[in-house]
Design a protein around this ligand. Structure first.
Ligand code: XIL
Length: 315
């Protein structure tokens, strides 16, 4: 049977997975499984915490390894993420830094990391999760140090350091039409008006408990496309309430994956990345133990799940 990669390549679609460096090093089955996708995102390796063991050191070993794997296997490579409030290094205790120090630190970080992977990373999630769930910009060290300008600035630095890369704003809970995606729509419209070099919006699509209506996702994609932006689904997983999952939830999950790939693609989204290579590597059991533990396309033993087959059949 064809792999996801075969059908995705044939259809000019990208179906990807988030990946980590250690299992690429250690597990040949993981490497084989990762090659069944034609796109890859560094799940953690390019975040500021993992990259910066101390203030003056960058440790690019894991990021370089994933970049090399992507290059060798001709995969679309998503860099994730230059500016975020989470997974900060332990030494970076915001109140111990002045605003001016934080501004220097972030600029140096964005320029250094985007520059390091210029030519490797096709698309960067430049800023991740900057919008608060209850509206407005989230209170983060970066907002404190710069004010609202930090987004514009980060995109500008990234563009200077990696002029070929596409630059995205990425967030969760804004997959369909809702207040949060309205807010992001306003945010990126403003950036475009100001001439900020933003190329697209990433919808994480962690479909947890009660998956969002695919028609609403399609409508949301269309409105961002109408602004001239690209849209990608960047961190997809599908998990149900473990106590009361739908009957035959792997079939329901497969239908959901298929419907998202179909409708998102019709709406003009050509890239869908699952947040892990197989269920064995999913972050979901660590994140929320009330969820079913099989959110991805390959099972714990790297065997194809109904969701995998559904996408192959669709394409
Ligand atoms: C998660 C990783 O999957 C975990 O391994 C890590 O412990 C925490 O971060 N939104 C994002 C991703 O943008 O970076 C997060 O990834 C999941 C939620």
């Amino acid at each position: 049977a064809p792999t996801l990669r075969d059908v995705a390549d044939d259809n000019d679609i990208r179906i990807g997975a988030a990946a980590a460096a250690d299992p690429i090093r250690e597990d040949f089955q993981y490497r084989d499984a990762l090659r069944e996708y034609n796109a890859v995102t560094a799940e953690n390796a390019m975040k500021i915490g993992p990259l910066r063991p101390d203030e003056h050191t960058y440790d690019f070993e894991d990021g370089d390894l994933i970049a090399e794997f992507a290059r060798e296997h001709d995969m679309y490579f998503r860099g994730h993420t230059l500016v975020w409030h989470n997974q900060l290094p332990e030494w970076l205790v915001p109140f111990q830094y002045t605003d001016r120090e934080l501004r220097r630190l972030l600029e140096d970080h964005v320029r250094t990391v985007a520059g390091r992977y210029a030519g490797d990373v096709d698309t960067w999630d430049v800023v991740n999760e900057a919008v608060a769930d209850d509206g407005g910009l989230r209170e983060t060290p970066w907002l404190r140090a710069f004010g609202e300008e930090y987004l514009d600035k980060a995109f500008g630095w990234a563009h200077q350091s990696a002029p070929e890369a596409d630059l995205f704003y990425n967030d969760y809970g804004a997959d369909g039409i809702n207040d949060k995606s309205d807010e992001i729509y306003e945010l990126v419209s403003g950036m475009l008006d100001r001439g900020v070099p933003i190329d697209g919006v990433g919808l994480q699509l962690h479909a947890l408990h009660d998956p969002v209506d695919p028609d609403s996702v399609a409508e949301n994609i269309e409105r961002f496309k109408d602004l001239g932006l690209a849209v990608e689904i960047t961190e997809m997983d599908v998990a149900y309430t473990a106590e009361d999952p739908p009957e035959d939830h792997l079939t329901v999950q497969a239908d959901y994956y298929r419907e998202i790939v179909e409708k998102a693609n019709e709406a003009g989204c050509d890239t869908i990345v699952a947040w892990g290579v197989s269920d064995q590597h999913s972050w979901i059991p660590h994140f929320d133990d009330t969820l079913t533990e099989d959110p991805l396309l390959l099972d714990d033993s790297y065997d194809r799940k109904p969701a995998y087959d559904a996408i192959v059949d669709l394409l």
